[in-house]
Design a protein around this ligand. Structure first.
Ligand SMILES: [Zn+2]
Length: 411
């Protein structure tokens, strides 16, 4: 416990969702549980190495058996012991003696340590199994993003599905309503970050048109959601969600006609930004306007990415066609990050998600500038930083929000 700065499991308010842990079952003494978590984590880490390599390559993650990438030598069970095999073999293939990257045992060690920390912080079943799955998904997503600058939909939507499942049946990690809200608003926050970022960066130029379902439909949904949200609930219907309906109508019109009908980004994003201000001037609720904007944009972004994923259900990364960026429009952030933010929002809730994004932006600025100084990649993906922010905020988000509200004198 001392290692974790005096954090007490069970009693600490830093641990989320204290309302549900009473329902959990304690199976093992804590020390044994942590040893088990370390062993399980190293094994899962070994599997994650396979997922990280094979998913973007379009190869099955369960078959064929693992081979040396240099000589094709099929690895025996003795060569597959996490961390230990790498150390015993001196970091080299047994057959061809060529080096095996340090990253393999590092991913195994990282997964083991995080599984162990999770067991210390929340030694309760079945919640701990969900947390282990959360950790495993984030590690796979982060490393695949580093390698390929993409975030596989199967892992992102898998995380959303698992979070909603836990919320629906266990009330963990959130109650269901908070999970849905967090997911929609989380995706909306990053979709609008990408939308406004691109709009400003490209000096109010219209984004690339993509039919039937592209960023224009997300921006349309944001505008309608912002305008509807300011009116609040009318006749039992919350008008902030109206953006999703209008966005879907736009997309289905495009699909029906084979053309791309889309309003200019300057109209949708401009009016969307004005809506909360107008709401405030009219004595309506600017916060509800913002919430409608986030929910509608997020719902539309998640629906859109789901549509494209179902159209092409592979996670294989194809080389981008050369003619893709003819218009010279620079995207500030990919929609993989938007879906990842939706996944994190389902697990964290919206307030902790904002903590995660804040940590991600800071970590990205600091680590990114260090990497650039040492001649690293210029285009560093945001996914790994979101994963770091998500993990920290999962355990400490509520505590950080409370500390911050106290700090500015609101709590
Ligand atoms: Zn070899």
């Amino acid at each position: 416990m001392a290692l974790l700065g005096g954090l007490e499991p069970y009693t600490s308010q830093a641990i989320q969702c204290p309302s549900s842990y009473n329902s959990g079952v304690e199976l093992l003494p804590l020390s044994l549980l942590v040893v088990f978590a370390l062993l399980l984590g190293s094994l899962i880490g070994s599997f994650l190495n396979v997922v990280i390599y094979r998913l973007p390559a379009g190869i099955s993650v369960v078959w064929p058996r693992s081979r040396c990438p240099h000589c094709g030598h099929v690895l025996s069970p003795l060569e597959l012991v996490p961390i230990v095999s790498w150390v015993v073999q001196g970091g080299r293939c047994k057959n061809c003696k060529r080096p095996i990257p340090l990253r393999y045992p590092a991913v195994e060690g990282l997964t083991a340590v995080l599984f162990g920390v999770a067991a210390l912080l929340r030694p309760v079943f079945p919640e701990l199994v969900f947390i282990w799955a959360f950790i495993a998904l984030l590690i796979a997503l982060a490393f695949i993003d580093i390698d390929t600058k993409t975030l596989p939909n199967s892992l992102n939507y898998g995380g959303i599905f698992l979070g909603l499942l836990g919320a629906g049946f266990l009330g963990f990690p959130q109650n269901f309503q908070a999970a849905v809200d967090g997911g929609l608003m989380g995706a909306g926050l990053v979709a609008l970050f990408a939308g406004y970022g691109g709009w400003l960066y490209n000096r109010f130029k219209d984004g690339p048109r993509e039919g039937p379902f592209g960023v224009h439909q997300v921006h349309l949904a944001a505008m309608v959601g912002a305008l509807g949200g300011m009116l609040g609930t009318v006749g039992g219907t919350w008008l902030g969600g109206l953006g999703i309906v209008v966005g879907l109508l736009n997309a289905s019109l495009n699909a029906r006609t084979g053309k791309v009908f889309a309003l200019h980004d300057s109209l949708t994003l401009g009016l969307g930004a004005l809506a909360p201000i107008v709401a405030w001037l009219l004595g309506l609720s600017p916060l509800e306007s913002l919430r409608g904007m986030l929910v509608s944009a997020g719902g539309m972004a998640l629906a859109g990415m789901l549509y494209w994923w179902l159209r092409n259900p592979s996670d294989k990364v194809e080389p981008a066609p050369a003619e893709e960026n003819l218009e010279g429009y620079v995207s500030v952030m990919g929609y993989g990050d938007v879906v990842l933010a939706g996944f994190l929002g389902v697990w964290l809730g919206f307030s902790s998600l904002m903590v995660a994004v804040f940590i991600a932006v800071f970590a990205g600025a600091i680590i990114g500038s260090i990497l650039r100084r040492f001649g690293g990649d210029n285009q560093i993906p945001f996914g790994p930083y979101l994963a770091i922010g998500g993990l920290v905020a999962f355990f400490y988000g509520k505590a950080i929000v409370q500390w911050y509200l106290g700090y500015i004198g609101l709590a």
